[in-house]
Each structure stands twice: as structure tokens, then as C-alpha cells.
Design a protein around this ligand. Structure first.
Ligand SMILES: [Zn+2]
Length: 320
């Protein structure tokens, strides 16, 4: 079958677009700038113009394209393709799906970017199309997508699977971007890890993080993993705390969907086994034994391309 799918991943700075074969082979991928002027109203036309240009270049006829799948940041009504609130872009009640459908004449499906990245990872990354999956992205924030019984979970108003905002500190937690305090994101994101390292240095703890701080005037999550690998006790304690909190949160979430895989992506996942090792230990400590036995941890494989793969797979899965 020479059917093609188009995946689009809309970010605050760039929009990534990819054309895929029916089997998920990438034919071409490229990026365009995100034009946020006029509340992002030009974005659908920019996307379509760029796709039209590329399909002409590749001599792909429109009738062979099954549709366009789009991941966008914010709260989305996946049934209608409407962006209720588009974080970073300025969209409010924006009919992204309908507008892109009118421009292209193709079926268009839209979902939250973290959800789309999760199904992309499941299709062609570390997932192997499992039926029950949790994907967590540890970056500036903590994003997540949950697949249960083979389908992404969106919820009644697009909030399902927002694991980053599970409360992990009831009292005295650090303020979160969502307006509350003590969310998972404040502890286990790259930002949260760097903050704990900076606090340790400022509290005068005996740590090699001090030298890194003095050299670069700031600390990153990578500094903490590097120092821990060199034997720094304070850095090891931060990683133990982060993986303990993430491990018990994931053990609790896993009790709801009993996943066969948990995939960890984002910048922090570059630590690989140094992250997964203690995370598995914590998960085992807090999860029901049968849930732990059924669940493997893996590092995400597709990096920044997970969104375009997921967009394409959303179309394939929806139209069958
Ligand atoms: Zn929060």
C-alpha cells in the first residue's frame, strides 16, 4: 500500500513536520518557524503551504495521503480538533483541526503534544506497540502520555495523564507553573533537579557541585548526574530523592493501568542507566509485586521526532 501519513508537532518556537509511509518509514522531515503573531492565526496556513511544497517536491499525489495528525501544546478537545487553550502560542478556542481540514481537504486529527509523542514512541520508538504504556518526559517540565487498551487517554476535558502535576508534597512544596505547589514536576524535572543542587550549594553542603557552580554560575541536571558518578554524596542523595519520588508516583499511576512498559524521555533521560537503575529500585519498593513483574522501564528512542511519528500514527490508527 503506498498510502502516506503526515505528522505535525507544533512547538512554541518551531513546527516539525514529517511525511511517512504506511509502515512508518520517514520519507522526509523538516521544520518551519512558529508564527505566533495575531494569536497564532497564520499557523494552519503556514503548515499547509509547507506540506504542499514538499509533497510536490516528492511527487506525492494528494489522494495517496491518508491524513494529517497534529500534536499541539495545551488543552485540546481531541474529538473536534479544537484547541481550548494553547500554551505558549496564544490560541483560545481555536479550530485548528477544522481550519487545517478546510485548507487541505484531508482528514485532520489533533491531540496534546505529550500524548502524540507517547503514541509515536509506542509505534516506532521504545514501545513496540504495547497496549498499556506510560511515557514520561523529564525536561524543563514533566510531560506524560498514557496509552490504555491501545488508545491514548485524553479525559473529559483533555487533562488525563498530566502526571507532572500529581501532588507529591502536600505542605510546603515548591510553586509549580500550574499555579499550585508541590507537583511532581517541581521535584523531578531538569529544572527541579537543578534547583535542589543549587539549594545544596547555597546551604554550604560539602559537595563537588560547588566547583561546577562557581565555574558556570549555575547548575544543571547533568551536573548532578556527573558529580554523582564521580562519587559526590550530596549529588547521589539528590538523585536518590528524585528517583524515589518518581518511582512511587509511577507505582501509584501504574496501579491504575497496569502497564507493560514505562518509557522515560526528555533531557534528563540522557543519564540512561544512572537514572533507570535507582528508578527501578524505587518502583519495585512501592508497586504491587505483579505490577512490578509485568512492567519494563526503557529510555525513549525517538527524541524530538516522537511527535511527528505520533501524529502520523494517530491518522493511521484512526482511519484504520
Ligand atoms: Zn503543577
Amino acid at each position: 500500500m503506498n498510502r502516506k501519513f503526515i505528522g505535525v508537532d507544533i512547538g512554541g518556537t518551531t513546527i516539525k513536520i514529517g511525511i511517512f509511509t504506511n509502515d512508518g518509514e520517514l520519507i522526509d522531515k523538516w521544520e518551519i518557524a512558529t508564527d505566533k503573531s495575531d494569536s497564532g492565526s497564520r499557523i494552519p496556513a503556514d503548515i499547509w503551504q509547507s506540506i504542499e511544497h514538499k509533497i510536490t517536491e516528492h511527487m506525492i499525489t494528494l489522494s495517496t495521503i491518508g491524513g494529517i495528525g497534529v500534536g499541539a501544546p495545551g488543552f485540546i478537545d481531541a474529538k473536534t480538533g479544537k484547541i481550548l487553550i494553547g500554551v505558549n502560542i496564544g490560541w483560545r478556542d481555536f479550530e485548528l483541526g477544522n481550519v487545517l481540514h478546510e485548507l487541505s481537504g484531508l482528514p485532520v486529527y489533533v491531540d496534546n503534544d505529550a500524548n502524540i509523542a507517547a503514541i509515536g514512541e509506542n509505534w516506532k520508538g521504545s514501545g513496540d506497540l504495547v497496549e498499556d504504556l506510560i511515557v514520561v518526559t523529564l525536561g524543563t517540565g514533566v510531560g506524560a502520555g498514557i496509552v490504555a487498551n491501545g488508545h491514548i487517554i485524553s479525559g473529559t476535558n483533555g487533562m488525563a495523564g498530566e502526571i507532572g502535576h500529581i501532588t507529591v508534597e502536600k505542605d510546603g512544596g515548591v510553586p509549580c507553573n500550574c499555579g499550585r505547589s508541590g507537583c511532581l514536576e517541581t521535584v523531578t524535572s531538569a529544572t527541579g533537579i537543578a534547583r535542589q543542587a543549587t539549594e545544596a550549594v547555597k546551604a554550604g553542603e560539602d559537595t563537588t557541585l560547588m566547583e561546577r557552580y562557581q565555574m558556570n554560575k549555575k547548575l544543571t541536571a547533568k551536573d548532578v548526574f556527573d558529580s554523582a558518578n564521580e562519587g559526590d554524596i550530596v549529588s547521589q542523595a539528590i538523585i536518590n530523592h528524585v528517583t524515589d519520588v518518581l518511582g512511587y508516583t509511577l507505582a501509584n499511576v501504574a496501579t491504575v493501568i497496569n502497564p507493560s512498559k514505562i518509557i522515560i524521555g526528555g533531557g534528563v533521560s540522557k543519564a540512561g542507566e544512572h537514572l533507570l537503575g535507582p528508578l527501578r529500585t524505587a518502583f519495585k519498593k512501592y508497586a504491587l509485586p505483579r505490577i512490578n513483574e509485568g512492567c519494563e522501564f526503557e529510555i525513549a528512542a525517538l527524541g524530538n521526532d516522537a511527535g511527528i511519528y505520533g501524529g502520523a500514527y494517530l491518522v493511521k490508527q484512526t482511519i484504520g
